[in-house]
Write a protein that binds this ligand. Structure first.
Ligand SMILES: Cc1cc2nc3c(=O)[nH]c(=O)nc-3n(C[C@H](O)[C@H](O)[C@H](O)COP(=O)(O)O)c2cc1C
Length: 310
């Protein structure tokens, strides 16, 4: 049995999505929240802090994620999250966007293993909950991972989740699971694979490459496309008709929740964003996505959803 960790996906896996995913599909060991960014002289976004309040995340195991490098603020946020009851915190060394890496955050730290070492050496002795790390294979060279693992090996870390791409690849090109074997051997801490697992067949191929059944795996977009994927990886399959009716109920409750939360003018855009992934569940995926994207009002959107699920 493989434990599935739901990857953080900013813009998608907020507290509403996580709660409803857990209600309708389950099968997830832990959900990882999109990052909370911290930096000196700048308050973190109130909306992100609110997203992490325990009362907004009941009934599932959530790991908050922090992005930044200021050690005092890092400590402050870890302690604050611990006081809210969180059992571990994830450090983002993976975000590939220029606005992030150019400020030396996220993947911007991958080419500075000595700075990562320094930050960990300042943090770890002073905290009482463990840190896990989410990183990429490197910034622009997948072999950078070896130096990073050398640093991580100096610490007792909860988990190291490796998105098997370089930051320069962003989300394009192929993930490189092949290098994972060497990294597995090198790491003293638990290593978790992430990247491009969208189907059961992808997972079978990954197992062939790794040569073993992983204990845990992190999945993002594959779960947005097929929210049943975690169960299917563990051998639980539902008939198509039943799946479609659960997906419809899931959609309707997401729609209901955002209708209560967002301004009317924003609901349509929000729901359309999800359909990039929801549309994978239909044989005529591209037609379905186009139909939804072209809905110009929320009324037209609702009619089209009815038509699609008919
Ligand atoms: C829209 C989007 C938002 C993301 N937001 C985050 C984030 O907040 N923190 C993070 O560590 N990774 C983030 N990621 C990366 C994913 O967690 C994951 O590592 C990546 O998508 C590869 O896994 P997958 O192929 O299973 O999706 C994001 C990815 C996407 C596509």
């Amino acid at each position: 049995m493989v434990k599935v960790l739901f990857a953080p996906l900013q813009g998608y896996t907020d507290s509403i999505y996580r709660r409803l995913h857990n209600k309708y599909f389950g099968g997830i060991d832990k959900y990882y929240a999109p990052y909370l960014r911290f930096e000196p002289n700048k308050e973190p976004k109130k909306s992100v802090l609110k997203e992490l309040l325990p009362e907004n995340n009941r009934g599932l195991e959530l790991v908050p994620q922090l992005l930044g490098k200021d050690t005092d603020l890092f400590l402050f946020h870890i302690n604050r999250l611990e006081s809210q009851g969180y059992k571990s915190v994830n450090w983002n060394l993976a975000c590939p966007y220029p606005m992030v890496y150019k400020r030396g955050f996220g993947s911007g730290l991958l080419q500075s293993p000595e700075l990562i070492d320094h930050i960990l050496s300042q943090i770890i002795p002073k905290i009482s909950i463990p840190i896990s790390i989410k990183c990429r294979l490197g910034f622009d060279d997948e072999n950078e991972i070896h130096k990073l693992i050398e640093v991580f090996n100096r610490y007792d870390l909860k988990e190291i989740i490796v998105h098997a791409r370089t930051a320069k690849q962003m989300y394009k090109g192929k993930a490189i699971p092949e290098i994972f074997n060497e990294v597995l051997l090198q790491s003293k801490n638990e290593l978790i694979y992430n990247g491009d697992i969208q189907t059961v067949d992808d997972y079978i191929r990954l197992k062939e490459i790794i040569g073993a059944e992983p204990n845990k795996i992190m999945i993002g977009r594959g779960l947005l496309q097929n929210p049943f994927l975690a169960n299917e990886l563990n051998g639980v399959f539902l008939p198509k008709v039943e799946k479609q009716s659960i997906l419809r109920a899931f959609h309707d409750e997401i729609y209901f929740e955002y209708s209560n939360k967002l301004e009317k003018s924003h609901i349509l855009r929000k729901m359309q964003t999800f359909w990039e992934y929801f549309s994978y569940n239909f044989d005529n995926q591209h037609k379905v996505y186009k139909l939804i994207k072209k809905a110009s009002t929320i009324e037209k959107y609702s009619n089209r959803v009815d038509e699609i699920y008919k």
